[in-house]
Design a protein. Structure first.
Length: 275
């Protein structure tokens, strides 16, 4: 059974959230402690259950984040010469993380030691595991979960989610590559070892096909240890024939295979998608 690490007091606060204000100092203390746990990586909004292979969501952690927007006051803050005005302050502690000037992360996001942040943005509730690079102009949305040794390439948009209740955040598992300018949103899942070409759009409803066999995989999921590019499938309507975006699996890798970057680039280019 899933057990949250976030204090149970958050549940009681959530039931009376409409009555809370920034003057409720005891409530604020509980919520700040919960967000601090997310910030340090002692709690997280979601993770893959190793037994069921399902994504488990900690609704209590999501509720703590939403309560923070109600309980915290708007405040001025500074980062060098830049001024900010927000309820959620910037993250200040990055032990063991390389943070390149221009990188922005909000308090309540967690970056494990060994992460590299190029000029990018990480929102509250996100979790970025060790060995991962968040490249230039990439965005890791609220509550998104990024695994170990992932390359989130330049301009990638990893979608966030706080509401509605029960919504599953985007999960990119270990050893993945997300090509430049790709969008992974709506709780889509990039499974372990998957490589996405540039400009891929993966949503919860995106259809996924193997180009060699025609086999269809679960919607909204890049299969493990696969190389995928964006494609289209035609569908006929009364008004004409239209192409709809899908995900095409062009190659299957051996489990644990470390794919040579030049070979991967060549493979993507062969199928009309440059990494």
């Amino acid at each position: 059974m899933f057990q949250s690490n976030v204090p149970a007091e958050v549940d009681a606060l959530w039931t009376r959230r409409d009555t809370l204000t920034s003057a409720d100092l005891a409530a604020r203390e509980v919520v700040v402690a919960a967000i601090d746990m997310l910030d340090r990586g002692e709690a997280r909004v979601a993770y893959v259950d190793p037994e069921s292979d399902k994504i488990l969501v900690d609704e209590r952690a999501k509720h703590a984040i939403l309560l923070a927007f109600r309980l915290l006051d708007m405040k001025e803050s500074k980062a060098g010469p830049f001024d900010y005005h927000d309820r959620i302050p910037l993250k200040r502690h990055f032990p063991g993380v390389r943070v390149v000037p221009g990188a922005i992360a909000r308090w309540g996001s967690h970056h494990a030691p060994g992460v590299v942040l190029m000029p990018s943005f990480t929102n509250i509730g996100a979790y970025v595991d060790s060995g991962t690079m968040v490249d230039t102009w990439a965005t890791v949305g609220s509550c998104a979960q990024i695994g170990r040794n992932v390359h989130v390439s330049g301009g990638v948009g990893i979608g966030g989610v706080l509401e509605p209740p029960g919504a599953v955040p985007v999960v990119v598992e270990d050893d993945c590559f997300v090509g430049s300018r790709s969008l992974v949103v709506e709780g889509a899942r990039v499974r372990t070892g998957a490589k996405l070409g540039a400009g891929v759009v993966l949503t919860a409803s995106t259809r996924v096909f193997d180009v060699q066999t025609g086999k269809e995989f679960p919607r909204g999921e890049a299969p493990p240890w696969s190389v995928c590019v964006s494609a289209t499938r035609s569908k006929v309507f009364d008004g004409g024939e239209f192409g709809f975006t899908c995900l095409a699996v062009i190659k299957h890798l051996e489990t644990g295979e470390v794919h040579d970057k030049l070979a991967l680039d060549a493979l993507f280019r062969e199928h009309g998608s440059a990494a």
